[in-house]
Design a protein. Structure first.
Length: 202
């Protein structure tokens, strides 16, 4: 017989939430000071509270709004599944923007197809090699307005190659206003777009 721990009552937050962003806000209100996820710093795992998670995501949301992105627009995220990835994803949700996760280590042709197919307006990208591939993939794409490396140093090193490259600190300055957030959440009918294969053409 497997020993089980004590019963922990659960609260169903999906009821009354019609978007992922709305569900996220409900969870933050309930668990603001509890750990949402953990990050490793100097060899030790440190918790990031739901309140801090929200603050980071809300700053991403405001950065997207400041660039002129509208509810229903698509943005792409290319990088490892880390705390930063989920902040980018939830930031898009809070701004009423549809997030599209891109598989790492794809070819330039695969990236070109996916970014064009989903009508992505902005790409967050981690790593020098992935950034090189993205820059090549969107070279002739007029729909993409911004390419955002996850580090400002990386952005500075390639800015001369494409004026659409933005530093990440643009998305760390201030959180989205609650009224703006709620208006954008109400204006959107879908949250994310998933591709189930590295290349839909395979």
């Amino acid at each position: 017989m497997i020993e089980t721990g004590p019963h922990v009552p659960s609260k169903h937050l999906a009821q009354g939430s019609r978007t992922l962003g709305g569900m996220f806000c409900a969870r933050v209100a309930l668990s603001r000071d509890r750990a949402a996820y953990y990050e490793k710093h100097h060899g030790e795992w440190q918790g990031v509270s739901w309140g801090e998670f929200y603050r980071r995501a809300a700053c991403v949301a405001q950065g997207l709004v400041a660039l002129g992105l509208e509810p229903g627009d698509r943005i792409s995220i290319l990088g490892p599944t880390t705390g930063r990835w989920v902040c980018l994803d939830m930031g898009a949700q809070l701004a009423g923007i549809v997030s599209v996760g891109l598989y790492p280590m794809q070819t330039v042709d695969q990236l070109r197809y996916l970014i064009d197919h989903c009508d992505s307006r902005l790409i967050f990208v981690d790593g020098a090699q992935e950034l090189d591939n993205v820059l090549e993939a969107v070279r002739d794409n007029k729909k993409v307005i911004a390419i955002v490396p996850w580090s400002d140093e990386l952005a500075a090193s390639v800015r001369v190659r494409d004026p659409r490259v933005f530093p990440f600190n643009h998305f760390e300055k201030m959180p989205i206003d609650d009224a703006e957030r709620d208006q954008r959440l109400a204006a959107r009918d879908w949250d994310c777009l998933l591709y189930t294969s590295p290349s839909p053409r395979d």
